[in-house]
Design a protein around this ligand. Structure first.
Ligand SMILES: Cc1cc2nc3c(=O)[nH]c(=O)nc-3n(C[C@H](O)[C@H](O)[C@H](O)COP(=O)(O)OP(=O)(O)OC[C@H]3O[C@@H](n4cnc5c(N)ncnc54)[C@H](O)[C@@H]3O)c2cc1C
Length: 486
């Protein structure tokens, strides 16, 4: 009998738990430790953030589902890793701390045979002074709670504007010089724009995009050359067209460093220190590792064997200039090189290097997006990790036959640009591969143009809405859920 411990119940953790439970007999234990009692379908927080969806539509409680399916669950957070055990516990274990109920604050050792670290990113708001969601008129849509607050503040502003002659400014984008997740902010600004039009206040609000990208449409992926109808277009041109069409201004190469009440302070790539004023802002924070510590049997600190900010996996982390990195540097199995029974799918693994070209301001400040890790690769990498663990358990020896690198995996990003069955819109960008392979595709900016394309229209909105229902159905493990691809 084996025990598989999964840390985190986001897209990666929940996907891994679901597949493990379906494919392994009940003699093997599958246990999830996660601090949030709910599963949330993060992408739909965009619609919660404009008030077009209620938060209850994007989350559901984990415990009843896990009880029904035979998956163990502890509402707790992992605080330290002990992959060799310690003086009293011979098996590897992690220490977890309960955060809810009568056991809140109590710590416990939880042992395992296999460990899946799917703790995603830490939303590091504190790395930007004053960027605490709900303060200084700045909000976030990264969780359903943040998104609910954002929607309330947005609608309060709209209501105030409606009954006055006041004009207002909305600022949306990245809130840190190295923040990622530009795609989510892009989707949010388009939805906010549509909401302002719908409520008749668009002409009273100046809407501005602020981003650490050097060019529009970089998205932390070095931009894309994509097929659009029968044309080939740069993603920068496509996004510029979309913004120009909707009267959205933009500020690029901006490293936001401080937020005061309605003021964003930033430095740009020219080294200028500037400000943008706002009445409402949604700024994506920096994502960081959680700062976990690891210890050996004798309580010596071995954090460097497990973490490099995020968790170390089978990537090539050799420091080299941006021009010398290769797509082969990216991991394929998400296995920790020091401990064969530890894996980190989804956002929890440390990326080997930036995908977007690193840029510094003339003052030496790094200003460029960190690599994005979106939902589709999070699900795919979680499933392949689960499949490798299942093979190991069934065959009794370590094998890593299931592989998938972001250098040979595609991503479909559909940014809804308004909500409604007949007047919704979506901007769909499909990229293959996610990490550009400049050797294989030297003339098309590292991507296969037959599989990298953009589209704008109502169909994109329908698809995004279909994905919302399909993925919630899948996450609830309803009949034949496994037939829905990651
Ligand atoms: C607003 C928004 C919109 C997005 N839209 C899209 C989209 O349209 N398409 C797309 O592909 N991607 C999208 N993404 C990205 C996508 O949501 C992420 O790639 C995905 O959620 C990553 O999954 P994950 O499981 O690795 O991490 P997460 O979803 O962050 O899950 C991490 C889990 O770990 C838990 N955890 C945290 N700390 C601990 C701890 N100490 N111990 C145990 N557990 C812990 C958390 O509670 C959570 O359950 C969006 C992201 C945002 C923020």
């Amino acid at each position: 009998m084996s025990k598989i411990l999964i840390l985190g119940a986001g897209i990666a953790g929940h996907t891994a738990a679901s597949h493990l439970r379906r494919k392994l007999s009940k003699e093997h234990e599958v246990l999830v430790v996660s601090p949030n009692r709910n599963y949330q379908w993060v992408p739909s927080n965009i619609w919660v953030g404009t008030g077009r969806m209620k938060s209850e539509e994007v989350f559901f409680p984990l415990e009843p589902l896990y009880k029904r399916k035979g998956i163990g669950y502890k509402q707790a957070k992992v605080v330290s890793f002990h992959p060799d055990g310690d003086a009293t516990e011979t098996k590897p274990f992690v220490t977890v701390e309960y955060i809810f109920g009568e056991n809140a604050g109590v710590q416990e050792k939880v042992n395992y045979d296999f460990l899946i670290n799917a703790t995603g990113p830490k939303l590091a708001f504190e790395l930007t002074e004053g960027l605490n969601p709900g303060t200084n008129k700045a909000y976030s849509v990264c969780t359903y709670e943040h998104a609910t607050h954002a929607s309330e503040a947005l609608h309060k502003l709209i209501a105030d504007i409606k009954v006055s002659d006041k004009k207002a400014k909305i600022l949306i984008g990245t809130g840190h010089a190295k923040a990622t997740c530009q795609g989510a902010a892009f989707e949010y600004i388009l939805n906010v724009e549509k909401e302002l039009v719908r409520l008749g206040v668009r002409d009273k609000i100046e809407l501005t995009w602020i981003s650490n990208e050097n060019e529009l449409g970089d998205f932390g992926m070095d931009g894309m050359l994509l097929s659009y109808g029968n044309k080939t277009m740069k993603s920068s041109e496509m996004v510029e067209m979309v913004f120009a069409d909707r009267g959205i201004k933009w500020v690029l190469g901006a490293g936001v460093s401080k937020i005061e009440d309605g003021i964003a302070h930033y430095e740009n790539l020219k080294g200028e220190y500037k400000t943008e004023f706002f009445d409402f802002a949604m700024l994506i924070p920096s994502f960081s590792g959680h700062g976990f510590k690891a210890f050996d049997k004798n309580e010596n600190d071995i954090t460097a064997k497990l973490f490099k900010g995020f968790m170390i996996v089978d990537a090539d982390y050799t420091a080299k200039p941006y021009e010398e990195w290769s797509v082969q540097d990216w991991p394929e199995t998400y296995q920790n090189p020091s401990y064969a029974n530890i894996f980190a799918p989804g956002i929890a693994f440390a990326p080997p290097h930036s995908i977007s070209k690193p840029r510094k301001s003339i003052n030496g400040t790094d200003i460029f997006p960190s690599p994005p890790r979106t939902g589709m690769p999070s699900g795919i990498t979680a499933k392949l990790v689960a499949d490798n663990i299942i093979d190991n358990i069934k065959n009794g020896k370590i094998s890593l036959d299931h592989k998938g690198s972001m250098g040979n995996m595609g991503a479909a990003c559909i940014a809804s640009a308004g909500y409604g069955m007949t007047n919704g819109s979506g901007i769909s960008i499909t990229t293959f591969p996610i990490v550009p392979d400049y050797k294989k595709y030297p003339t098309s900016h590292g991507r296969d143009l037959r599989k990298t394309f953009g589209d704008i229209g109502l169909a994109g909105h329908w698809l995004k809405l279909t994905l919302h229902y399909a993925f919630i159905y899948k996450a609830k493990m309803k009949p034949f859920w496994w037939l829905i691809p990651e």
